[in-house]
Design a protein around this ligand. Structure first.
Ligand code: DI6
Ligand code: FE
Length: 410
């Protein structure tokens, strides 16, 4: 008899992250895959027949849990070099902003990234993406922003796209040309922004190398007026926007992002209540980045209670970058979101699944376990979903499935 499904996962509890139950949980569930998508999901007892007769392949989750594949919606993982020396300087008392203003910080990674050839950059970045996958990531956003010149920015975006194809993982690319002022434009911020808007964004869009446009709105980055220009150019090129906002100070970045209908505003430690309201009204996602908060030893917490009260969806991401969050561990972010930001384990997991997907404009495609969505699954050796946030430094992933294919098995 012809089998109706390609694969069927059994002996599993499902955290669908959809529906009214906590975690959208289905105990003793079953999940069928066909053509790379979720074809059927429900209680094993409700399967429309005997498993062997329904599916070509049976998979045993060994009594663990299946969650949606994790969505890391904010990374800068394509870059060359490291900033370990800067870490030492910070431990001796220098601040992140002082180092940046003295020409170090982001600009030191820009110098290393400009020097690296495309293959070298690919080789340096590949292990970081593989490490995210080893902890369950099936979709990863990757920003440019360490090239700060058209060729170097395009090189980084190409590397990001190539990595996704090579490792079989979902990659969304973001053009972050307005990350820092390149040294050759020192004192000429307006000229650089003009270049970003008139040349770089149209070129990147024409080459199909970016899915969105981001900027760094900060004293050591760009002013709201400059970001406004960048966002206009992005929208003219047909690209959605998102913003690094309110990380080190409150410049009203979130309100600006909301005015442009941004997918998300990210960091947000200094977000005001007016900013929260603006995000709520625009339907933008608040992306929280506890790795950067921790590593820069910040003390100002993002306004989680206000975000909750106003119903702003909260996503969570690694911010994987060499300066403020040199981590490749989405699981550690789950723990830190709870311990540092007081999210519940369920909110934290929603941040790395459902809301991460929404922050990338992919809510219809990934982020929950529902029939019709892409079969991106993380299979875990855990007794309860809260365990994912509870442990730190452990990795209970037993398999990662992307588009129905097992990409990683531990
Ligand atoms: N905020 C961040 O956390 C990263 N970029 C940004 O605008 C840090 C980038 C770096 O320090 O290299
Ligand atoms: Fe960032």
């Amino acid at each position: 008899m012809a089998k109706i499904w390609d694969g069927l996962w059994l002996n599993a509890n499902l955290a669908t992250m959809a529906g009214a139950e906590p975690y959208g949980a289905i105990a003793d569930g079953a999940l069928a895959v066909r053509g790379g998508r979720i074809a059927w999901i429900g209680r094993r007892a409700d399967l429309p027949g005997r498993p062997q007769e329904l599916a070509a392949r049976l998979h045993d989750a060994e009594g663990g849990w299946i969650t949606p594949g994790l969505v890391d919606c904010h990374t800068h993982l394509v870059h060359a070099g490291d900033r370990a020396r800067e870490f030492e300087l910070r431990l001796q008392g220098a601040s992140y902003e002082e180092i940046a203003r003295a020409g170090g910080g982001i600009l030191s990674t820009v110098a290393a990234t400009r020097r690296a050839g495309e293959e070298e950059l690919l080789a340096e970045s590949r292990p970081r993406l593989a490490a995210l996958m080893a902890e369950g990531a099936s979709t990863v956003e990757i920003k440019s922003g360490y090239g700060l010149a058209q060729d170097a920015e395009m090189k980084c975006l190409r590397v990001a796209r190539r990595l996704g194809a090579e490792l079989g993982v979902g990659v969304r690319t973001t053009f972050l040309g307005a990350h820092a002022l390149p040294p050759e434009f020192a004192g000429r911020s307006a000229d650089y922004i003009r270049l970003v808007c008139a040349e770089m964004i149209p070129a990147v869009a024409k080459a199909g190398l970016a899915d969105a446009v981001d900027a760094f709105c900060e004293g050591i980055g760009f002013s709201p007026a400059e970001v406004d220009e960048v966002f206009r150019a992005a929208r003219q090129a047909g690209l959605p926007v998102k913003l690094h906002a309110e990380q080190l100070s409150d410049l009203g970045g979130a309100e600006l992002a909301a005015r442009h209908g941004a997918l998300s505003a990210d960091h947000l430690e200094y977000l005001s209540e007016a900013g929260v309201q603006a995000l709520a009204k625009a339907g933008s996602v608040a992306v929280l980045l506890p790795g950067a908060f921790y590593f820069l030893r910040e003390t100002r917490l993002p306004p989680v209670a206000l975000l909750r009260a106003h119903g702003v969806p909260m996503a969570l991401a690694t911010d994987c970058n060499p300066g403020s969050s040199p981590t490749t561990s989405p699981l550690l972010m789950l723990n830190m979101a709870c311990t540092l930001f007081r999210l519940t384990p369920e909110e934290a997991l929603a941040g790395l699944t459902r809301n991460g997907a929404r922050a990338l404009g992919l809510a219809g495609e990934i982020g929950t376990l529902e029939a019709g969505k892409r079969a991106d699954l993380a299979v875990w050796r855990i007794r309860a979903p809260a365990e994912l946030a509870y442990r730190f430094g452990a990795n209970p992933l037993s398999a990662l499935v992307i588009g129905g294919e097992v990409r990683h098995a531990a």
